[in-house]
Design a protein around this ligand. Structure first.
Ligand SMILES: NC(=O)c1ccc[n+]([C@@H]2O[C@H](COP(=O)([O-])OP(=O)(O)OC[C@H]3O[C@@H](n4cnc5c(N)ncnc54)[C@H](OP(=O)(O)O)[C@@H]3O)[C@@H](O)[C@H]2O)c1
Length: 342
């Protein structure tokens, strides 16, 4: 459901002006959550962050960490005590659980009810863009979570992103590995699907400003990046940024399963994650519109190329998940594969 701009409730305007929001960030150890914490602190909010394992928490001044498995209503209830606004950044994709769709729905119902009970005044949920055609279980589940959260009494704003570009993003890591680890690229038909990737920094602006956007009965917006690109264009652009010319070999009949095995072999993704990515990309994954940027008076600052360049530079500083073996593989591949003429 879309809404037009309305005046904000008095408590809300006061809280924002006074910078007194007490904000709960779930999924705070994740790719998006980690970047959101300092941005909220910089805005003057008081932040509580959740993880299932406190040893994963990073000490940030002004952030209180609490243990919370969102499947457990008692832990959720404790985490929500005294909270004004909640960011929901948890997903179960790649958990390997066969009933994760049901589990995500139950979690959303529990959060919807517990948040209302705790007197929360705003929820912000980061989900995924709805595809034009058939839907993967993951995307179906992401949309269902948004619907459940928006159906409750707490004003809830759902933001829908396609691939988020940044070092540490699971979907970015898959396309980056595909582009960097092979001397030639297999191009199944799904790589011609188009999407609108968005840089992590722009997502963070979208999330932080979501606290100010009216959402009286629940509302959703797409948050597209500035470029519309096919999977093939994304792979070629990443390879080119590293000075590689990677010949493409169309394999239009490669099945979802074979594609997923191929991704599992080549990239750092596990099979279930790879499969969800392939299934999610069977058709175009394009936003409906970019009205959200007008709503918050902001335009995405990062082109795909600029965001990808930065993500590649950042990963150079970080020890790769597969360590020396991964680095060696890539070095060998890059030595034998064709180079771009400069
Ligand atoms: N990355 C992308 O390209 C992308 C694109 C579109 C939309 N999104 C959406 O953005 C949101 C954040 O994604 P992300 O990439 O930051 O995810 P991520 O890096 O995989 O992090 C997931 C987070 O979920 C937490 N979590 C998982 N199961 C949990 C449970 N049972 N209870 C409590 N916490 C749990 C994990 O925390 P602990 O393990 O510490 O408990 C972790 O912090 C998701 O809603 C996702 O759908 C992401």
């Amino acid at each position: 459901m879309r809404t037009t701009r309305r005046s904000q409730p008095a408590w809300y305007a006061r809280a924002v002006i006074d910078k007194t929001l007490r904000v709960l960030v779930t999924g705070a150890t994740g790719f998006v959550g980690q970047a959101l914490l300092p941005a909220l602190i910089a805005q003057g909010h008081t932040v509580r962050a959740t993880t299932r394992d406190l040893s994963r928490s990073k000490s940030i001044e002004g952030v209180e960490w609490v243990r919370c498995d969102v499947n457990r209503a008692d832990e959720l209830r404790r985490a929500l005590e005294g909270i004004d606004a909640v960011f929901f950044l948890v997903h179960a994709m790649g958990s390997g659980s066969h009933d994760y769709v049901d589990a995500e729905r139950r979690v959303a119902e529990s959060l919807r009810d517990e948040a209302a009970q705790a007197g929360v005044k705003r929820m912000v949920y980061l989900g995924g863009v709805a595809p034009a055609g058939a839907m993967s279980e993951h995307l179906k589940s992401r949309l269902a979570v948004g619907e459940v959260l928006r159906s409750g009494p707490v004003p809830t704003l759902e933001l829908r992103a396609s691939m988020i570009i940044g070092n540490g993003s699971a979907s970015w890591q898959i396309v980056r590995d595909l582009a960097m680890r092979l001397p030639a690229m297999l191009l199944p038909s799904w790589t011609s699907s188009r999407t609108c990737p968005i840089a992590l920094d722009d997502v963070i602006v979208a999330l932080v400003r979501a606290l100010d956007v009216p959402a009286p009965r629940g509302v959703w917006y797409d948050i597209p990046g500035p470029d519309v690109l096919s999977g093939r264009q994304i792979l070629s652009a990443i390879a080119a940024l590293k000075g590689r010319r990677v010949p493409g070999i169309p394999v239009p009949f490669l099945s979802v399963s074979l594609s997923s095995w191929w991704l599992k072999l080549v990239t750092r993704a596990d099979f279930s994650l790879a499969r969800e990515l392939v299934l999610g990309f069977k058709g175009d994954l394009l936003p409906t519109d970019d009205r959200y940027w007008t709503e918050i008076d902001y335009r995405p600052q990062w082109t795909f190329e600029a965001a990808a360049k930065r993500a590649l530079a950042e990963e150079e500083l970080v020890f790769s998940a597969r360590g020396i073996v991964g680095k060696l593989e890539e070095t060998v591949v890059q030595l034998v594969s064709p180079k771009l003429r400069r």
